[in-house]
Design a binder for this molecule. Structure first.
Ligand SMILES: Cc1ncc(COP(=O)(O)O)c(C=O)c1O
Length: 346
């Protein structure tokens, strides 16, 4: 199977498996797991933030951040396709008691500009009967917008605008290492103006489990309490943190290969009848294309791709394919051929 559904499907590398089997462990609820502590210290160092917390999932990291930055009844301004809004089980309402205020980017790219956000903000000077804005939530790279990027300058501009109104900014950086590779930036530079950032070890970086939440020392101390409240206090978690450390040190160096494969995939599918995609806009490891003009349903195409050994995700009139270290360039060519066969057989 060539599995292009997501970059979450990777299997641990031999180096990760070795590190897991040799990991020194302790009880992390007591703060006594040396490997978890090392991962947290190393992540904080890489991101140049005061502290970091190992959390089981990206969703938990994001939702702890929403909870800590806001009060019940506040609004969270977020791009309309943002993961925190669309794919986290309405946790911002269930856990934090907040309401999403989805916004569009003026050009439809999903890449927000401060002006797109400013129009949706209710700051201190807003009438008393509107809900105050408690948080701006950004996403880099932006999954559902096709792995698009927020530059350091754009993030800085948004944070400066929000901070001037006393509104914090959280960055969903599930794939921030992809963003950094594509922009030739450091993750620290991309996250610098944000009050908190979450990144996933278990997506493009390839670890089997885990994400990190980063921010000030006081924020992370409080985040640890909320992780426990949500049932995320883990015991000998060093076994998985060990793979996370390998992912953090080794995997970022390889992401440019996934990006090259994504560009190759985009160029290949752009040639197929009825497929709409601008390959120039594929800048990281996510390839989303429109198949409305094929006259076929995305679910049906995905079922027939599956029969040819290729897994992809279909939603509405779009199909998403994501590259990662478990797919080779030959796999990409095979996937394009399989899609061509599927589209031409009807
Ligand atoms: C942009 C983004 N943020 C957050 C998450 C949540 O991560 P997890 O699946 O570990 O909860 C995902 C998962 O796909 C994602 O794509």
């Amino acid at each position: 199977m060539i599995d292009l559904r997501s970059d979450t499907v990777t299997k641990p590398t031999p180096a990760m498996r070795r590190a897991m089997s040799e990991a020194e462990v302790g009880d992390d609820v007591y703060g006594e797991d040396p490997t978890v502590n090392r991962l947290q210290e190393r992540a904080a160092e890489v991101f140049d933030k005061e502290a970091a917390l190992f959390v089981p999932t990206g969703s938990m990291g994001n939702q702890i951040a929403v909870k800590l930055h806001t009060r019940p009844g506040a609004e969270v301004v977020i791009e309309e396709r943002g993961h925190i809004y669309n794919y986290e089980m309405a946790a911002m309402a269930a856990v934090a008691g907040t309401l999403a205020r989805p916004v569009k980017s003026a050009d439809g790219s999903g890449i927000l500009h401060w002006d797109d956000i400013k129009a949706a903000i209710h700051a201190n000077d807003a009438p008393y009967y509107v809900a105050p804005t408690g948080l701006v939530a950004l996403e880099n790279s932006h999954n559902l917008a096709g792995g698009t990027l927020l530059t350091r300058e754009r993030t800085g501009e948004i944070c400066a605008g929000a901070h001037a109104l006393d509104i914090p900014v959280h960055l969903d950086g599930a794939r921030i290492f992809n963003a950094a590779a594509a922009l030739s930036e450091t993750v620290a530079a991309l996250a610098a103006p944000c009050d908190s950032v979450m990144f996933c070890l278990s997506k493009g970086l390839g670890a089997p489990v885990g994400s990190m939440l980063l921010g000030s020392r006081a924020f992370i101390d409080e985040a640890r309490r909320w992780r426990k409240l949500l049932g995320g206090g883990m015991r000998q978690a060093g076994v998985i943190a060990a793979a996370g450390l390998v992912a953090l040190e080794e995997s970022p160096k390889l992401l440019h290969l996934d990006h090259a494969n994504a560009r190759r995939l985009a160029a290949g599918v752009a040639e197929l009848p009825g497929v709409k995609i601008d390959p120039e806009r594929v800048v990281t490891n996510i390839v989303i294309f429109d198949i409305a003009d094929t006259g076929q349903a995305s679910e049906d195409i995905c079922v027939r791709l599956h029969m040819r050994g290729v897994l992809a995700s279909g939603f509405g009139s779009s199909i998403r394919m994501v590259t990662h270290y478990d797919v080779s360039t030959a796999d990409i060519d095979a996937a394009v051929k399989a899609l061509r066969d599927v589209l031409l057989e009807r």
